[in-house]
Write a protein that binds this ligand. Structure first.
Ligand code: NAP
Length: 254
């Protein structure tokens, strides 16, 4: 595996993802949008999954206008999606492509920045549904089509507050601790049994709507842009990370 510095500075070969079929969740905005565009520019056929179709259409247009392979749009809301919905997505991947080569599980919500003692139950349930339960169910449903690839990569999205507990991050922090555990458990259960690798990325401070919601007084230009952190996303999705499994990787050097 490359060092943290090498990953943050990684430069993918041209067409490193040529003809790969990659599904990105939360592809309409922020980091997911940048990743969908980066994967398409690297030659992938990207499935843009998310809840706001207009945003997905804008990403679609951007990919087409920059000469990328035509993407697909797949509307899905992780708050209400059921196991049947994810199984239907898996069926469609199977029918259309016979496989899935990459899955970037990026969609997430912040919830409240408040002490646990006053955290609202309904917000807690929603954050854990979107950030954990739905992430697990979509992975479970898509595992057969991922196994049909010769070399598939699943990337979950973690956070620094999912590694060390910090005050006032509530359900979001707990959800990211759960993501770290999910990745380790999935990776341990599939190691040596199939060609699917399962890792997570910690983007680090990145200027998006979620970051602005968490740190409203911060100057967005003082931190990384979503485009700045794409080297790690390309590395972990591409062929050079094919032996990396069960790792939690930083997109930025500390
Ligand atoms: P963002 O700009 O708020 O984007 C989040 C994406 O998730 C949006 O596309 C959003 O769709 C989608 N999403 C939210 N709820 C959804 C739902 N119920 N169903 C389907 N899609 C849903 O946030 P971001 O900063 O890019 O975050 C991306 C990931 O990085 C998250 O997992 C976040 O926890 C993680 N992260 C971010 C930072 C940071 O500094 N930005 C740091 C550490 C970790 P809509 O556009 O339709 O709302």
């Amino acid at each position: 595996m490359l060092s943290a510095q090498e990953i943050a500075n990684y430069q993918a070969q041209d067409n490193s993802l040529k003809d790969r079929v990659i599904l990105v969740t939360g592809a309409g905005d922020g980091i997911g949008k940048a990743a969908a565009i980066a994967y398409a520019q690297a030659g992938a056929r990207v499935i843009l999954a998310g809840r706001t179709v207009e945003k997905l259409e804008q990403v679609y247009d951007q990919i087409i206008s920059t000469g990328g392979c035509e993407p697909l749009i797949y509307p899905v809301d992780f708050e209400g999606a059921t196991e049947d919905d994810f199984n239907e997505l898996a069926n469609q991947c199977d029918q259309q492509f016979g496989r899935l080569d990459g899955l970037l599980l990026n969609a997430g919500i912040l919830g409240q920045r408040t002490p646990l003692s006053s955290y609202r139950h309904d917000v807690w349930t929603k954050v854990l549904q979107v950030n954990v339960t739905a992430q697990h169910l979509i992975t479970k449903a898509l595992m057969p089509v991922l196994e049909a690839s010769d070399n598939a990569s699943v990337i979950f999205t973690t956070s620094g507050v999912g590694r060390v507990g910090r005050a006032f991050w509530g359900a979001y922090a707990v959800s990211k601790f759960a993501v770290e555990g999910l990745v380790q458990t999935w990776a341990a259960e599939t190691e040596g049994l199939n060609s699917v690798r399962i890792n997570c990325i910690n983007p680090g401070a990145t200027s998006t709507q979620m970051r602005a919601q968490a740190f409203p007084a911060e100057n967005p230009e003082s931190i990384a842009s979503p485009q700045d952190i794409m080297p790690a996303y390309l590395y972990l999705m591409g062929p050079e990370s094919s032996q990396v499994n069960g790792q939690s990787i930083d997109a930025q050097i500390k």
